[in-house]
Design a protein around this ligand. Structure first.
Ligand code: FES
Ligand code: FE2
Length: 350
């Protein structure tokens, strides 16, 4: 997996990656780690800025400093840097004009959209991003967060696992009978489901049909009739599960990763439901505990897997046809594009 990570990092750096939510960024600077790179985010009157989180003077993290007017101040000797990373002041130096011009911190491109702050760790040379996937040009589309007919709530979890294993877990149906026994599905109560996978450029979707409501508690309590459901993986680390009834969308679960390091992902989990007569806070009160329980069960199993891999290495994994999503997540994170849509269909007992 080590080689995969080294390679994946370079691929992911070309994409817009989530740095934080807008609401997490107040007046104080915030330090985050994205693909092992320390990044500081801060607000000035001009907007939100992202710089490499290190002072070039003596390598102190700028995120431990503060914002003064349009600049971030290093907490050690007070050097000041603008949102573009240009040094504005070297306190103590009689004439700091000459050296200021040469001192810089790397500034990263920032986009603020639908309540999330996105950054890019590497710009394509000459701004030519034609070769990349859609996520290299624009941050992932979360505009459903603005849809007045939908209600979403978001929370953040830390996953101790590599990106491929974390996302395979989210999108894999075959573990749900065991890890979430009784909550999502049960082993003794399976249905034949047809799973049709389509890989497009830099995302992959599985459409599940023929499955009615599941025997698990979540399904029984929260779903009407299930018609179709979808599992999707998008570069650079976004998963989506969508349940549809005859009346349209019943629930959408979106997981957006901030890849921290090889073994850690911060994931923003967004649960979206239709607005209706039941007040939103009640919906949240009812739904959240189920998802938090399911999430805890997943976090545990992925961490067990990660610990084992760190001790003994991943080696060659044995897979079957039922592990539909895995090879595509691996390929996409290695930088492969599916120029022509690729399709695959299997029958599963879910
Ligand atoms: S380390 Fe930042 S000003 Fe000296
Ligand atoms: Fe799970």
């Amino acid at each position: 997996m080590r080689d995969h990570y080294v390679h994946m990092k370079e691929v992911l750096k070309r994409y817009w990656l989530v740095a934080c939510r807008e609401s997490e960024l107040g007046r104080k600077p915030v330090g985050v780690t994205v693909l092992d790179e320390p990044v500081v985010l801060f607000r000035t009157g001009q907007g939100i800025h992202a710089l490499r989180d290190v002072c070039p003077h003596r390598r102190v993290p700028l995120s431990k400093g503060w914002v003064k007017e349009e600049a971030i101040v290093c907490p050690y000797h007070g050097w000041e840097f603008s949102g573009e990373g240009v040094c504005r002041r070297v306190p103590g130096l009689m004439d700091d004009d000459r050296c200021k011009k040469q001192i810089r911190v790397t500034a990263l491109p920032v986009r603020v959209r639908d309540g999330f702050v996105w950054i890019k760790l590497r710009e394509e040379p000459g701004g030519n991003e034609e070769a990349g996937g859609s996520g290299t040009k624009e941050p992932f589309d979360l505009s459903f967060l603005r849809d007045p007919s939908l209600y979403s709530f978001i929370w953040k979890v830390e996953v101790k696992g590599n990106l491929v294993n974390a996302f395979e877990n989210l999108l894999d149906g075959t573990h749900t009978h065991f890890v979430h026994a009784g909550l999502i599905r049960t082993d003794s109560n399976r249905q034949q489901v047809s799973a049709k996978l389509t890989a497009h450029r830099d995302h992959v979707e599985i459409e599940y049909s023929g499955e009615s409501k599941q025997a698990g508690l979540i399904s029984q309590l929260l779903e009407r009739d299930r018609q179709t459901s979808y599992g999707r993986f998008f570069m650079p680390g976004i998963a989506q599960i969508e349940y549809r009834s005859r009346k349209g969308l019943s629930m959408l679960i979106t997981a957006v990763a901030r890849p921290v390091s090889e073994a850690v992902q911060d994931v923003y989990a967004i649960i979206t439901v239709k607005r209706g007569i039941v007040p939103n806070f009640i919906k949240r009160l009812v739904i959240a505990p189920f998802f938090k329980t399911a999430l805890k069960q997943d976090l545990r199993i992925v961490e067990l897997q990660q610990n084992w891999i760190e001790r003994c290495g991943e080696g060659r994994l044995v897979s079957t046809e039922a592990d539909l999503m895995r090879p595509f997540i691996e390929q996409l994170t290695k930088g492969r594009y599916y120029e022509k849509p690729l399709e695959r269909e299997v029958q599963l007992l879910l």
